[in-house]
Design a protein around this ligand. Structure first.
Ligand code: SF4
Length: 441
C-alpha cells in the first residue's frame, strides 16, 4: 500500500494550483504528503513545456528522483506529458504518464497501477500512458492553492486553454481550447479560500481575460466574475495576467474604484517592434499597447505594471531589438519578465528564417533584465516616503516580507503578529530593485 507521496511543479502558477488539487486528491485517499526530495512511495512531477529548458529540467528531475529513490512510483503529468509522452516513457523507471485531462482523475489510474504494484516485480517494466486528445470535452479541472504556507495568498484557477494562435506558443496544443469554470464554482471556491483564512485571491488561467461562461442563456465574462467576487468578504483580489486586448475599460474602472482589487496588472507584450509583433500573431499592435499602458497609468492611482517580453524571435535583428528596448524604456512600467525565444515543435515560428544565435538571445535577455531592474528601482524609489498597506507573509532571519497592492516587495522587522495580516507601513528606503524597507505604523 502507498502511504506517502511527494509532488513537484515546474512552470506557471496555474500548474502550481493544479498540483495543489492533486495533493488534495492524495490526502483524501489517506496518503500523506511529504516534501519534495524526501523518500516517498509515490512521486508526481507536474511538467511544463514552454521552452527547451523546461523539457530538459523535467527529464533531469525525473532521473534524479529515480536515482535517489529507485523504488518510488513515478507519475509524470502536465504539458510536457501531454505533448511528448513518448520522450518521457523512454526514461527507465517512469511508471505512469497522465495527460492534461487525466491529472484531475488521478485515482482512476492509480487504482490500476496500485493493483499491479502488488506483484513481486514492484515497479512497472514500461510506463503506462494515458493521454487523451484535448479537443475531447470541455472540462476545467478545479484548482486553487497557496504560494506559501502562511495562508496569505491563494491562486484560484478560473479558466484553462487558449484559442489564440500566437506563432511561438505551444500552450494551446498542451492545454486545449479556451474553457471557463462555471461562475457558481468560481464563487464557491473563492468562499472556501476565504473560509480557510487567506487574505488575497489571485485569479489565474492560461488566458484569464478570455473567461466566457454561458448559463441559462446568460453569458458571463471576466468583468461579471469580478463584480461577483467583489461582493465577497475578501481583503484583496489580484488578476494574475491579462492579454492587452482583453483589458477593458470596465475592468480598469472597477480596479480603480474598488478597494478590494489590487492596482497591479501583469500584461504580456512579447515584442516592442511592430514588425516582429505582427510575426508573433498577437492581437494588438504597439500603438494600442502604448495607449493602454498610458491609460492605466493615468486612470489607476499608483498602478504597478509588469510586462512579459520575448527576445530572439526568428528574424529579430539588432535594430528590432533596439526598438523593443526603446519602446519598453519609454513606458511607465514597473518591471519586466524576460523570456528567451525557444523553438517549439508544431508552431509557425519554428518554420521562419532568421534564427537568432543562442548567445545573442542570452545577451539580449540580460540587457532587458537590467532594464527591468532599473524600472523596478525607479518604481520602488517613487514610493519611498509614502504609506502603503502590506500583506505580510512569513518571517525569516529576524525579517518579514510582504507585498503591497501594487506589487512592491516590502521587508520589515519580524513580529509574529504581522504574519498573514495587512498592515499600514511607511516605505523608507529602496534596496536596489529587490525590496523596499518598511516600518509598520
Ligand atoms: S495568448 Fe498566445 S502566448 Fe498566451 S497562451 Fe494563448 S497562444 Fe500562448
Amino acid at each position: 500500500m502507498y502511504k506517502t507521496v511527494s509532488l513537484h511543479t515546474l512552470g506557471c502558477k496555474l500548474n502550481y494550483s493544479e498540483t495543489s488539487s492533486m495533493a488534495k486528491q492524495f490526502q483524501n485517499n489517506g496518503i500523506e504528503i511529504r516534501e519534495f526530495g524526501e523518500k516517498t512511495d509515490i512521486f508526481v512531477l507536474n511538467t511544463c513545456t514552454v521552452t527547451n529548458n523546461a523539457d530538459r529540467e523535467c527529464k533531469q528531475i525525473i532521473r534524479s528522483v529515480i536515482r535517489n529513490n529507485p523504488d518510488t512510483y513515478v507519475i509524470v503529468t502536465g504539458c510536457y506529458a501531454q505533448l511528448q509522452p513518448g520522450e518521457i516513457s523512454s526514461i527507465e523507471g517512469v511508471d505512469l504518464i497522465l495527460g492534461t485531462n487525466e491529472k484531475f482523475k488521478l485515482f482512476d489510474y492509480i487504482d490500476n497501477f496500485e493493483t499491479e504494484s502488488l506483484s513481486c516485480f514492484g515497479k512497472k517494466q514500461k510506463a503506462d500512458i494515458f493521454v487523451s486528445p484535448l479537443d475531447e470535452g470541455n472540462y476545467v479541472g478545479e484548482a486553487f492553492s497557496s504560494d506559501v504556507d502562511s495562508r496569505t495568498r491563494a491562486f484560484l484557477k478560473i479558466q484553462d486553454g487558449c484559442d489564440y494562435n500566437c506563432s511561438f506558443c505551444t500552450i494551446p496544443l498542451a492545454r486545449g481550447r479556451s474553457r471557463s469554470l462555471e461562475i457558481g464554482k468560481v464563487i464557491e471556491s473563492a468562499q472556501k479560500i476565504i473560509d480557510s483564512g487567506y487574505k488575497e485571491i489571485i485569479l489565474t488561467g492560461v488566458n484569464t481575460g478570455d473567461y466566457n461562461f454561458t448559463e441559462s442563456g446568460k453569458r458571463y465574462k471576466l468583468i461579471d466574475v469580478l463584480y461577483r467576487l467583489e461582493k465577497l468578504d475578501i481583503k484583496r483580489i489580484r488578476i494574475s495576467s491579462i492579454e492587452p486586448n482583453l483589458l477593458s475599460d470596465d475592468i480598469i474602472a472597477l480596479v480603480n474604484s474598488s478597494d478590494k482589487f489590487c492596482n497591479h496588472f501583469h500584461i504580456p507584450l512579447q515584442h516592442g517592434d511592430a514588425d516582429i509583433l505582427k510575426m508573433m500573431r498577437r492581437r494588438y499592435n504597439t500603438d494600442f499597447f502604448h495607449d493602454l499602458i498610458h491609460k492605466l497609468s493615468e486612470r489607476v492611482s499608483d498602478v504597478g505594471i509588469g510586462i512579459d517580453v520575448i527576445v530572439g524571435f526568428p528574424g529579430e535583428t539588432e535594430k528590432h531589438f533596439e526598438n523593443t528596448y526603446n519602446f519598453l524604456n519609454s513606458l511607465p512600467i514597473s518591471y519586466l519578465h524576460v523570456f528567451s525565444y525557444s523553438e517549439r515543435r508544431n508552431t509557425f515560428a519554428v518554420t521562419l528564417d532568421g534564427k537568432v544565435e543562442v548567445k545573442d538571445r542570452k545577451t539580449r535577455s540580460s540587457v532587458l533584465r537590467n532594464l527591468s531592474n532599473k524600472k523596478r528601482h525607479e518604481f520602488y524609489t517613487s514610493h519611498t516616503g509614502k504609506k502603503a498597506e502590506v500583506l505580510f507573509e512569513t518571517g525569516r532571519d529576524g525579517m518579514i516580507e510582504g507585498w503591497t497592492t501594487n506589487y512592491i516587495r516590502v521587508k520589515s522587522e519580524y513580529k509574529k503578529e504581522y504574519e498573514n495580516n495587512i498592515l499600514p507601513a511607511r516605505l523608507t528606503e529602496a534596496s536596489g530593485s529587490k525590496f523596499v524597507k518598511g516600518i509598520v505604523e
